[in-house]
Design a protein around this ligand. Structure first.
Ligand SMILES: Nc1ncnc2c1ncn2[C@@H]1O[C@H](COP(=O)(O)OP(=O)(O)OP(=O)(O)O)[C@@H](O)[C@H]1O
Ligand SMILES: [Mg+2]
Length: 315
């Protein structure tokens, strides 16, 4: 039995605006039914990629297949199989939530007999009932984002593109959005999302690609990406400076005298950690507190691109 074609397949995709190369030969493969996160800082080329994959922008060279069909040859059919929630909301502020959804349904050529029930389902599913009859211009950012995604789902797309679905949302709205995305994936929709948030890619995505200056600098599962980066360590804190000094004499690590801590590199393996702690116990050095630091996608980004963009990535 042959496996289904990937939902997205991109090979050596290039795109320039004038003399500025924005995508410098990128390769992507996204399995049907998976969640894929394209991670990158401002200006990395995320929206450009999404616009090409959603037929809104022509590309210069390479090949692009979406839902098993090549672009630009099958633009019209591809449009029937996908939906996009762009970086900037597509809702009409003077219409109510219900009116926005009905408009989206008509634009998607839904048979008129099915529009009412579809709109009703989406209002329920996205928890918009209490605001459905209010003008969308009065919605909070998180509610507007939910309506925006609901509108892109009126026609039951196979592949959903979400360009920075949670940028600008508060932590609670972000959690709600993550839940929405997980439910879509559980229903079998392939989700391609872009994000500047490393934690978001880590929590949601089956696979992650890191885009930097128009190139994919890493690709894999969140765990695979983390394994590329050392950075794991055991942090030991002591009550006194002499305790720290005695610990530093038996274990190889970095001492921080201001915080009375010692960082000892480890792969997080339990026997290794036990051995480290036993050596301190054998020497009679009391440990006040300890914690295990696993490498994060933030560390991956720092290692791969040379910049952590910490200001941008902390939600
Ligand atoms: N129509 C255009 N004409 C010229 N340059 C463009 C155009 N669209 C995008 N660019 C440039 O391409 C680069 C990538 O832009 P893009 O919008 O894809 O980045 P992004 O990763 O989505 O960034 P952000 O996180 O800010 O949304 C930027 O340098 C941008 O200025
Ligand atoms: Mg963008």
């Amino acid at each position: 039995m042959s496996s289904p074609p990937p939902a997205l397949h991109v090979r050596t995709l290039r795109k320039a605006f004038g003399s500025t190369t924005v995508l410098d030969g990128i390769d992507l493969r996204v399995d049907t039914g998976s969640v894929f996160a394209l991670l990158g800082a401002n200006g990395a080329g995320k929206s450009t990629t999404v616009r090409i994959l959603t037929t809104l922008l022509p590309y210069d060279s390479g090949t692009v297949e979406v839902a098993g069909l090549a672009l630009p040859a099958h633009t019209r059919t591809v449009r029937e199989r996908i939906a996009l929630t762009g970086q900037y909301a597509a809702i009409d502020d003077v219409l109510t939530g219900t009116e926005n959804l009905r408009l989206a349904a008509r634009l998607a050529h839904l048979p008129s007999a099915t529009i009412d029930s579809r709109v009703h389902d989406l209002i329920e599913r996205f928890d918009l009932g209490h605001v459905a009859d209010r003008r969308a211009g009065t919605y909070s950012g998180g509610t507007a984002r939910r309506l925006d995604i609901a509108m892109s789902l009126v026609a039951s797309p196979r592949v959903l593109f979400l360009d920075e679905p949670t940028t600008g949302l508060d932590p609670r709205s972000r959690l709600v959005m993550w839940q929405v995305i997980r439910e879509l994936a559980a229903d079998g929709v392939t989700v391609f999302l872009t994000t500047q948030y490393l934690e978001e890619a880590d929590r949601l995505a089956d696979r992650v690609a890191v885009l930097d200056a128009g190139r994919i600098v890493a690709e894999g599962s969140p765990d695979e990406l983390k394994s590329l980066v050392p950075g794991g360590h055991l942090e030991l804190r002591f009550a006194t400076e002499p305790d720290l000094a005695r610990a530093a004499a038996v274990l190889d690590g970095d001492s921080d005298h201001a915080t009375l801590t010692l960082e000892v590199p480890t792969d997080g393996d339990l026997p290794h950690i036990t051995a480290l702690l036993n050596r301190l116990a054998d020497e009679g050095v009391p440990v006040e507190k300890f914690g295990l630091h696993s490498p994060t996608l933030d560390d991956v980004f720092l290692t791969l691109t040379g910049t952590s963009d910490r200001k941008k990535v902390s939600p």
